[in-house]
Structures are given as C-alpha cells and as structure tokens.
Write a protein that binds this ligand. Structure first.
Ligand SMILES: Cc1cc2nc3c(=O)[nH]c(=O)nc-3n(C[C@H](O)[C@H](O)[C@H](O)COP(=O)(O)OP(=O)(O)OC[C@H]3O[C@@H](n4cnc5c(N)ncnc54)[C@H](O)[C@@H]3O)c2cc1C
Length: 447
C-alpha cells in the first residue's frame, strides 16, 4: 500500500454535482438546474448519453406501455425526442409508439411511431439541452475519489487533463451507472454473482436489413458457434437508423466492468468476435456482398454492475405485478430483459405491466446528501433487468434532479424532501406518474 499526500485545487462549489452524463445524468442535471440550483456535470467521455451513445446504437426502451403504445415516461424524454426530430413539439403524449425499432416488434404494430434515437442526433440534442439549461459541463473528467465526512459527501475528486482537482457541492447525484460515488463514499452496494454480460456493438454499412436478413444472420452464427469458432454471442439483434446500415448487438462477454481487467478483455474479445461474425456473414450471405465494417464501440457496454442498497429495494415481484408505490417518481415498463452470462443466442424476455419506481430507490441508506439515479439505483438484479433501460433511467434522473434542487432550497437533505411537492413538480414538467390500465394481451417477439 502507498500513502499519497497532495494539495489539489478546488475548482467549483456548485449546489448540485451530477457525476456521469448518461441518460440518468442528463435528466438529473437539466432538472436540477431548471429547479434553480447551480449545477455542474462531470463525464469521463467527450460526449453525453452513456452507453446509449457509447455503444453506437440502442433502442429507447421503457418508454411505452407495450399493450397500447401509450408513453409511460414523459418530461425530458419527450423534449429529447422533439430535439432529435423524432416527434413534433407538443405531440408527445398524444402519439402511440412502438416499443422500439426491432423488426419483430415493428411487425406486430406497424402503425405506431418508432422512438428511434440515432446516437449522433442524441449527442447533439444532449449538448443543447444541457447548455440551454445553463448546466456547467466538464467532459473528459472522471470521478476518481470521494471525501466523506459525517455521512455526507464533502468533496468529489476528479481527474482530467488538468490533473487531480476537487469539487465541493452541496448535493451529489451519482449517475455513473456503476455507483462509483456511492461505493467510494462508503454507501452499501451489491453486485449479482452472475452479472449480465458486456457487449461490444458494431456497425456494418451497405446493407438492406429486414426480418429475413436477421434470421439468416442468426442461422450463420449458430453454425459458427457449433463449429467451435465463436463462443458466446447474443441474438443477433440488428437494428437500423438509416435503412442502409445496421448496428449489431451480438457480442457477449461475461465479466464486471468495475474490474479493469474484465473490461479490457471485453473490448479485445468483443472486437475478435465482431470480426468473426462479419467475415462469416460476408462469406455466406449475398446480402453482405458489398458490406463494409464501419466501426465498433467506442466502448464495450456494461448492462449491470454495482447497485446501491437504498431506503427501498425494487423487487422482481414489484415489476412482474405492476405494483403501485406511494412515492412513485417514474414508471418502468420494459420487459424483464436479463441477458444470460453463459448462454449463446436469443433469451426469454418476459413482458411486464407498467410499475412504479419509488423515490426511496434513489436514496442510498447511509449517505445524507447523495442521490443515485439510473442503472445503479436500488433494485434486485432481477428487477434491474427491466429498470436499467434508457427512458426509465432518464425519468429517474429527472426525478433526482428535481429532488436535489428542492433539497438545496431547504436543508440540503434529499431524504427530507416533501414527496408530494416532488411529484407535483414532476407532473408539472410533463412526467407521467399514473400507470395506464389495459386488458390487452401482448405477444412475445418472434426470435
Ligand atoms: C450493450 C448494451 C446494450 C443496451 N441496449 C439497450 C437497448 O437496446 N435499449 C435500452 O433502453 N437500453 C439498452 N441498454 C441499457 C442502457 O444503455 C443503459 O443501461 C441506460 O442507458 C442506463 O443509463 P445510465 O445513465 O443509468 O447509465 P450509463 O449509460 O452507464 O451512463 C453512465 C455515465 O456515467 C459516466 N461515468 C461512469 N463512471 C464515471 C466516473 N467515474 N466519472 C465520470 N463519469 C463516469 C459514463 O461514461 C456514462 O456516460 C444497453 C446497455 C448496454 C451496455
């Protein structure tokens, strides 16, 4: 062990510091700043969006009630869809949407709007919404350590090209996805014994994708796997933004991204597997005759790592039974989509009705001026299979940001925020907190 002493500059003392500018972090920073708190966001990448943008492409899951196509998350989520040009301003609540752009879902409901989020449009819309809300943004800045005093985060130490520098906020919102701040502040966290695998997405150009191509790709991967040339793989799940190029969610690497060696292996193995797949498709499928491997990454994505233990732990039963909660701050609605760590191909994704996510799942038990939003909120690993997704994370972030601003305006303690005022403010901002009723029975995707 080494003891290391160093004086570092305090570069900022914002009311609210948001750590991580993924979906949750964008929601949190925008709503804290709009709530009147001076707000800074630090993000280790050079862009916002978290794994939504850092893995090339992703669906916008958790946004709709699959039975009816009604949106179940509003507020900043609608604003982002408007800024990307997916919907016209003000139309968000009245439209009916497809669950996502996957061919099998679109085949079930061809009449519904697809909430398609091109990552480059998303990055630009995120920059704009943060700047328009007067959030101070620091990209290429990674949280490196936390100084805690009397069960409060006193200082967040970050590292960037200026070296190590300190930030001293009144309230911190941990949106790192991995609960870095919470864990380093000494809050209780948990990790599943078998985490969902990481995946390195890749993009192939000069293709005309359709359902048939997907089936053919799946059949080739099965052969390559059976021949011992490819170990684990997912789906494959191809999706398109342009109609002429495809990103593939298809690699699978079991491991923990908070273990640096695991994340390194996920990148290296992911690239190898992506090329094995591409070369096999090119050899066997005429659809790939002109295909070109454009890019992978930029990073292998992690679906699950640390989860905080909060004042309430969301459970699999809460999700499956669509349970109501008095302190609901966002609705979850995505299927129980737990990618298996050791199985190749498609996995079951059981449907769930919309369910309430309580404010208490954003409050780590032992730290007073800290909120946690997004995929590291307080949930069992089973429940997180649904609540981890994009639109849900952004809704959680919006709730955390409003709560942080309310806390700053009172005693600085998110735990003593008046939940009714929080819910009223969220509804005033277009958030949806009442779960729709429906007796429609939904089908399973045809994979
Ligand atoms: C491979 C993969 C495929 C997925 N596919 C889908 C899909 O199709 N549909 C869907 O809805 N969801 C999908 N997801 C889930 C989704 O991308 C995220 O789980 C969701 O966006 C959660 O967002 P978040 O903001 O909580 O976390 P994250 O997206 O993890 O964002 C965390 C942010 O914090 C930053 N950060 C982390 N640590 C630090 C630090 N120490 N200092 C500073 N910054 C830090 C990160 O760079 C990142 O920007 C997928 C995830 C993965 C990994």
């Amino acid at each position: 062990m080494l003891t290391y002493r160093k004086q570092i500059p305090i570069i900022a003392t914002p009311d609210v510091l948001v750590c991580g500018a993924g979906l949750a972090g964008i929601g949190a920073a925008v709503s804290a700043s709009r709530g009147g708190a001076s707000t800074m966001v630090v993000e280790r990448n050079g862009f916002s969006g978290g794994f939504f943008t850092a893995i090339i492409g992703s669906a916008f899951d958790g946004f709709v009630d699959e039975r009816t196509g009604e949106p179940v998350v509003g507020g900043i989520v609608f604003e982002m869809l408007e800024r990307m040009g997916v919907i016209q301003p003000g139309t968000g609540p009245s439209l009916r949407y497809n669950v996502n752009g996957d061919f099998s879902f679109v085949e079930m409901h061809p009449d519904r709007v697809i909430p398609r989020c091109d990552p480059e449009r998303f990055k630009r819309a995120a920059d704009d919404i943060l700047e328009d809300a007067s959030v101070e943004i620091l990209y290429h800045t990674q949280v490196a350590d936390v100084v805690t005093e009397d069960h409060r985060v006193d200082t967040v130490v970050v590292s960037n090209k200026a070296g190590l520098v300190a930030i001293q906020p009144k309230v911190v919102i941990d949106c790192t996805g991995d609960g870095d701040v919470a864990a380093w502040a000494g809050a209780d966290t948990e990790k599943a014994e078998s985490l969902q695998p990481m995946s390195l997405h890749f993009r192939i150009a000069y293709l005309n994708p359709d359902f048939e191509m997907r089936r053919k790709c799946a059949s080739v991967l099965k052969q390559v796997h059976n021949a011992g040339k490819l170990d684990l793989y997912a789906g494959p799940y191809p999706a398109t933004f342009s109609g002429r190029d495809v990103y593939f969610n298809a690699t699978r690497y079991p491991g923990d991204n908070t273990v640096p060696e695991d994340w390194t292996r996920a990148e290296i193995q992911g690239r190898r597997d992506a090329w094995t797949m591409f070369e096999a498709w090119k050899e066997q499928l005429k659809e790939f005759e002109d295909a070109y491997f454009v890019t992978s990454g930029p990073t292998a994505g992690a679906r699950e790592s640390r989860r905080i233990v909060g004042d309430y732990v969301l459970t699999g039963d809460d999700v499956r039974e669509g349970r109501r909660q008095g302190d609901v701050v966002v609705l979850g609605a995505w299927r129980l989509d737990r990618h298996p760590a050791t199985q190749a191909g498609y996995h079951e994704i059981p449907w769930t009705p919309p369910y309430d996510i309580p404010y208490r799942t954003l409050l780590p038990r032992t730290i007073e001026n800290l909120l946690v939003a997004g995929r590291c909120h307080s949930a069992t690993s089973e429940a997180l299979a649904s609540s981890r997704v994009t639109a849900t994370a952004m809704g959680m972030g919006q709730a955390a940001g409003v709560a942080a601003a309310l806390a700053v305006a009172t005693d600085g303690a998110p735990r003593s925020v008046d939940v009714k005022s929080l819910q009223d403010q969220l509804v005033g901002q277009g958030a949806i907190l009442e779960a729709p009723e429906s007796d429609v029975v939904v089908g399973n995707p045809k994979w």
